[in-house]
Design a protein around this ligand. Structure first.
Ligand code: ZN
Ligand code: ZN
Ligand code: FE
Length: 755
């Protein structure tokens, strides 16, 4: 017992997400609670604590540290070592140290917290202040220009703290102690409303005028945390029509901001886990089943909406005076990156609106809203951006110096730092010139921000991908990775798997080693390589990628593939509205092999069935056909069509089932359910065969098709019921947004084998 009173002195090194999340003040208070002395400081690799006091108090301090750490922090490791006693008299927060080769993490942006919302009703200098923040909330990644995280390395360095803010910033027991973006009405950023009739800086006027405009059915551009939004009344049909028309977004889902979960409850169904995700500090857009109470201009045939809750004070203020849900969609024209500067917004969005709410806090890093859904009670990130980026993903391999350039669509890139992969925020479609520029700029920025020196550039096999251009231009050694192998590796990385698994990669497209477009892959793979076990048959895609916008072409081609010239006798109504010359052109192109690359993509099968059933003949946005098909499923139907498990997997039995039901005039919901059930059945039966032959039991599911909530829900449950060990995506998208993570792991594995 006597020994526990002995004074000890230790040095604690903490790695992980511990900067910009109120970690040092937390340590200070914890040390004071146990009457310990010493100091804490940030360095480039995390936080260092030197602490001295009775052994028992230090034990308790070490015990409480991980348990009470700020909610946004993420401790990766705690290393302790004994030091000779230093004779500290107090506990202090000391100045940041630079110089370590390592780099710590950057906190994602955090939704405004409850304590700040209440402060802006009480604190004289912050009454209604819309840029209020504290050590637990506010902008982070979007304003950080360099590390370590201090005010002069954020875009807040332009604002000189007033005396009151400075006092709070310096006062250890204040909630804003060392809150780098600290600000108030006197000294911080402010909003400005710009309309054709004038400007105002008065915040109350900004809000009341904005509400009036929204009530009148106008569209407003509003500068947010990581970019501009376009907002309008979600219950006003003509405003929605205008928005869709000018944004050139005819059917693509529009995200809707609701005042609170009570209001959201009137419009959508959500479970406890969906509510937790909606109310989390990341505040993503969450896909929820709606109650058919929103205008069709929003839902456009889909049974889900993208809903989110307020995360900036201005959102709360708008809802003080306006209770309807507000559409808040990204401030861009079609596929371009969202606008982040006041001048670019006023230039690029002027065809959509002449009303702008801007502010003078510079957005340094562009971050879109994140999108997620919940399947089998687990959150699934579909677009990883605000609130999540650039928090790293821990891996079991050394990934230092690896730069993965990602895929073409829904691009993210990734950099490797020691054993962590830092996945970029959602970049978008690299075929768009402006997006490609954003991509190049962001890669350069990450190199500087994270002190990253690329040694090896990893890219997709596809010869036409823009990411290859980047890899070639870099002049660095490069490595090509097959798309679906990268998908499965991304899923394995999430679960720290480094062994042989059965991989199922179902998606829209990915370049195969035979030069064809793959996308229904049953593989045996590990991080070193893969064997392709089975896939659907190849069939011609008339016009190549152009066919994706016209699923009727895909439907026609698949019918011709399965039934030859007999397809004309099937008398399917979906072709009745297509001019015969167009049909003939497609058939001729197929027969003469003109621009008809081969594909076995599962995504294209969904497109074909959506077309053949007459549900979606032309597609306005990526994956519209499969999303519509999923939306109409009758969940009471549990049977499936006949299928065959030969190699390759044939389409004909599935199509026969669909066509018989069309002829029987079965409702579309029944056909869709049977089709989806068939896909699940094929996957389960194929995996059972593989398991029996190869004595493997772990299954990794990846690829865009596993964003289909119906398929993922059913498949995960049924595979588990069949005693498979099932691995699916949660923290990283199943779509091409996860490809860069898989690429980096495959390269890392190759390097370890070469050493
Ligand atoms: Zn706060
Ligand atoms: Zn101030
Ligand atoms: Fe893919």
């Amino acid at each position: 017992m006597k020994k526990r009173k002995e004074i000890v002195s230790i040095k604690i090194t903490i790695h992980g997400l511990v900067q910009g999340v109120g970690f040092r003040p937390f340590i200070y208070r914890l040390a004071n609670d146990f009457a310990l002395t010493g100091n804490v400081c940030n360095n480039n690799s995390g936080v260092t604590i030197r602490i001295e006091g009775p052994a028992s108090a230090i034990d308790q301090f070490l015990h409480q540290l991980p348990a009470q750490a700020p909610i946004q922090s993420n401790i990766r490791s705690i290393h302790t070592e004994k030091m000779p006693p230093q004779g500290f008299r107090t506990f202090q927060i000391t100045v940041s140290q630079e110089g370590s080769k390592n780099i710590t993490q950057i906190s994602p942006d955090i939704a405004v917290c409850e304590a700040c919302l209440s402060d802006r009703k009480q604190q004289a200098h912050r009454l209604t202040y819309p840029f209020i923040n504290c050590t637990n909330c506010g902008p982070r990644f979007s304003i950080i220009t360099a590390l370590p995280y201090d005010r002069d390395k954020t875009t807040m360095h332009l604002f000189h703290m007033c005396e009151t803010c400075q006092t709070e910033y310096n006062h250890i027991n204040d909630r804003r102690y060392h809150a780098q973006p600290i600000a108030c009405n006197q000294c911080g950023p402010h909003y400005e409303l710009i309309t054709p009739t004038g400007k105002t800086h008065n915040y109350q006027e900004v809000i009341s005028s904005a509400v009036n405009l929204i009530k009148q059915g106008e569209i407003i551009a509003i500068k947010g945390v990581g970019g501009f939004h376009l907002g309008c009344d979600a219950l006003n049909d003509s405003a929605l029509e205008q928005l869709r028309h000018h944004k050139k977004r005819s059917s693509k889902p529009l995200a809707v901001l609701f005042p609170n979960s009570e209001s959201l409850c009137q419009y959508a169904y959500f479970s406890a886990s969906e509510q937790t995700l909606l109310e989390s500090w990341q505040r993503p857009i969450v896909l929820l089943q709606h109650r058919n109470k929103l205008p069709v201009e929003i839902t456009r045939g889909l049974n889900t909406i993208g809903a989110f809750l307020p995360y900036m004070p201005i959102h709360y203020d708008l809802f003080e005076q306006f209770q309807n849900p507000i559409v808040l969609t990204s401030g861009n024209i079609s596929d371009e990156p969202i606008c982040i500067t006041n001048s670019s917004a006023q230039k690029q969005l002027r065809s959509i609106t002449t009303h702008f709410i801007t502010h003078n806090r510079i957005i340094h890093n562009r971050v879109d809203d994140s999108v997620a859904m919940v399947v089998n009670d687990t959150p699934r990130i579909l677009r990883r951006s605000r609130g999540y980026s650039p928090a790293p993903i821990e891996t079991t391999l050394q990934v230092e110096g690896l730069l993965a350039t990602g895929a073409e669509l829904s691009n993210t890139f990734a950099i490797g730092k020691e054993s962590q992969v830092i996945l970029s925020q959602h970049i978008g479609d690299l075929k768009n010139y402006e997006t490609f520029r954003f991509y190049e700029e962001t890669i350069n920025r990450y190199q500087q921000l994270f002190q990253f020196q690329p040694q090896l550039v990893i890219h997709d096999l596809h010869p036409d991908y823009n990411s290859i251009l980047f890899a070639e231009k870099s002049g660095l050694p490069s490595l090509a990775v097959q798309h679906h192998h990268a998908h499965i590796a991304a899923c394995m990385a999430e679960h720290e798997l480094d062994e042989k698994v059965m991989g199922v990669a179902f998606d829209g497209t990915g370049y195969g080693t035979d030069g064809n477009s793959w996308g229904s892959e049953f593989m045996i793979c590990d991080l070193s390589g893969f064997d392709r076990l089975n896939h659907f048959e190849y069939f011609p895609l008339p016009g190549g990628d152009a066919a994706i916008k016209e699923p009727w072409r895909i439907g026609l081609s698949l019918l011709h593939h399965c039934f030859g010239d007999e397809w004309t006798k099937l008398k399917l109504p979906f072709l009745e509205n297509i001019p015969p010359y167009q049909i003939n052109t497609i058939i001729q192109a197929i027969q003469q092999h003109i621009n008809t690359p081969l594909t076995c993509s599962a995504g294209r099968l969904f497109d074909a069935v959506a077309a053949i059933t007459g549900l979606c003949l032309t597609s306005d946005f990526h994956a519209q056909a499969p999303m519509l098909l999923e939306s109409v499923i009758n969940r009471e139907i549990h049977d499936h069509y006949r299928s065959s498990l030969s190699t390759p997997l044939p389409f004909k039995p599935i199509l026969k089932g669909v066509i018989t039901d069309i002829h029987k005039k079965e409702p579309i919901g029944t056909i869709s359910a049977r089709f989806h059930n068939t896909i699940c059945q094929i996957i389960i039966e194929q995996l059972k065969i593989t398991r029996d032959h190869l004595h493997l039991n772990k299954v990794a599911l990846s690829g865009g098709c596993f964003q289909n909530g119906f398929i993922l829900t059913k498949l995960e449950k049924e595979l588990k019921n069949n005693r498979f060990e099932v691995y699916t995506h949660s923290a990283v998208p199943a779509n091409d947004g996860g490809i860069s993570l898989g690429q980096i792991l495959i390269a890392a594995k190759k390097q370890t084998r070469c050493v």
